[in-house]
Design a binder for this molecule. Structure first.
Ligand code: FAD
Length: 463
């Protein structure tokens, strides 16, 4: 059976789009690699809300509204489905419960969300160092919080995770923050937007007050940050107000923002451009989330970072246009239903320029020291990439031939932006001129066993 619509990702964008599309009479299948619907923000919300909702906050428990909507919609949701190829037409290959399967759909919505921006600093590959999002996943899914962890980086998510750790009774030992007073002054240019997006600002101030009450030491404007240790993390060292500091710890959470996860979009040949404000590549889309590849839409953080509420509205907008294209909705009704959603999108976007300017990525992690590993899978250092540039390497695809960067299991997800930045700087070219890895299937690792156990086309693993 060929569906009207296949959605990759069951976060706020995917869940809202699926529910809206089903209401308009489309046959919809949602695939997500997670065992339950929710995406990043609402990960495991149906299970964890009961025991840990009070720690994770109302913004988290609110996600149950969307998971319930998805259940009620009758949409087919294949959980635990890792999508690794999307072919024209569209045929989607995924693995689920140890075997390969495929489904077909007339249209596709990519709602694959964001990834944490890689933060290559000296020592970031030591055991005990992980992204702050990974630390938060432990809390959401298993109720586990690292004792005495040190948070390093910047951004609203860092404060959220710190506040959640405080509520769990295991506050971070310290926060080593990279944003400077100058960043905040530059952000004041966008204070009008920040005031229009006041709920975000109010939440931010509340989280900072929680962190302060818990007496978590904060070191802002930190530079020269490194993780020390022999075989595992032992301490974080950094410079603060001109003095060298060292904080002993076994767990370090790194975070300096999130970037769109563009792997699936790139594998379909969708055009992308560099967004200097967000410091990332974003796909070329119209106001409905329609890409330059016919039949493929993108909604949520994968289209540009905007947060969970914006992702939800964008998912619904895309679903309206998809329904119109499928002949299930008149142009007039599509535009009418879209009007309040567009207003909501504008409201949700208001605070973004302020946040982007106030919490820029940590400069030294965008241009790491020569000895720092940038491609973790293949152990390629920043110095290696600079050396390739001297030998004439102009773009990330060539680095694969020079030294296998981007060819490991993550397929460049965690080094792509750093490699582009290093080559752009070394060659004096813009990120757009430098480009990004050419992404090909498999998007995610797939075993021979899973391929050998592949069902016939359109006989999915859930059946
Ligand atoms: C680690 C992390 C933690 C975050 N925590 C918070 C938070 O606590 N609060 C907050 O306000 N914001 C948080 N954010 C930001 C938040 O993710 C977004 O604002 C919001 O969830 C975006 O919604 P979305 O629907 O676009 O994508 P997401 O919610 O990210 O959902 C995308 C879904 O796509 C699935 N997916 C991606 N690729 C594939 C594939 N190949 N095959 C199958 N499935 C796939 C993923 O499993 C995921 O469930 C977090 C971001 C990250 C990266």
């Amino acid at each position: 059976m060929k569906r009207d619509l296949a959605i990759i990702g069951a976060g706020p964008a995917g869940m809202a789009a699926a529910t809206q599309a089903a209401e308009l009479g489309l046959s919809v299948t949602v695939l997500d690699e997670q065992p339950r619907a929710g995406g990043q923000i609402y990960r495991d919300v149906d299970r964890a809300s009961i025991s840990r909702g009070h720690l994770l906050g109302k913004d988290y428990t609110d996600g149950a509204r969307l998971t319930e909507g998805l259940r009620q919609s009758g949409v087919e949701h294949i959980s635990g489905a890792v999508v690794w190829a999307i072919e024209d037409g569209f045929r989607i290959s995924y693995t689920c419960a140890g075997r390969g399967a495929q489904i077909e759909a007339d249209r596709i919505l990519l709602a694959t969300g964001a990834l944490e921006r890689p933060m290559p600093i000296p020592g970031w590959t030591l055991p005990g160092v992980m992204t702050a999002g990974a630390g938060q996943i432990l809390l959401k899914q298993s109720g586990i919080v690292a004792q005495g962890a040190v948070l390093v980086g910047s951004g609203p998510l860092l404060y959220l995770i710190a506040a959640q750790m405080v509520r769990a009774g295991t506050p971070p030992a310290a926060m080593i923050e990279t944003q400077t007073p100058g960043d905040m002054i530059r952000a004041l240019r966008h204070v009008g937007g920040a005031l229009r997006g006041w709920p975000y600002m109010a939440k931010g101030l509340k989280m900072l007050a929680e962190i302060k009450r818990a007496k978590v030491p904060r070191y802002t404007g930190a530079t020269q940050i490194a993780v020390e240790g022999e075989g595992k993390a032992d301490a974080v060292t950094f410079t603060h107000k001109g003095g060298k500091q060292r904080i002993a710890c076994e767990t370090v959470f790194l975070h300096h923002g999130v970037v769109p996860n563009t792997q699936a979009a790139r594998s379909l040949g969708i055009g992308h451009h560099w967004d200097p404000v967000q410091g990332a590549f974003v796909p070329e889309l119209d106001a409905w989330g329609q890409s330059d590849v016919a039949g493929v839409f993108i909604a949520g953080d994968g289209a540009g970072i905007g947060g969970a509420k914006l992702a939800e509205h964008a998912g619904r907008l895309a679903a309206l246009k998809i329904a119109q294209n499928a002949g299930r909705l008149s142009t007039q009704d599509c535009d009418r239903l879209a009007t309040p959603l567009r207003r909501a999108v504008t409201r949700e976007r208001a605070a973004r320029p302020f946040l982007d300017a106030a919490y820029p990525p940590y400069g030294s992690a965008l241009h790491p020291a020569d000895s720092t590993i940038v491609c973790r899978c293949e152990e390629v250092t920043a110095g290696d990439i600079r050396r390739y540039a001297k030998l004439g390497c102009l773009g990330p695809n060539q680095t694969k031939a020079f030294g296998r960067a981007g060819m490991g299991p993550c397929q460049g997800r965690y080094c792509g932006l750093t490699v582009t930045a290093l080559l752009a700087e070394a060659n004096g070219r813009s990120p757009d001129e430098t480009g990004y890895y050419r992404i090909r299937p498999p998007l995610k690792p797939v075993t021979l066993g899973e391929l050998a156990a592949m069902n016939d086309t359109d006989l999915d693993a859930a059946e």
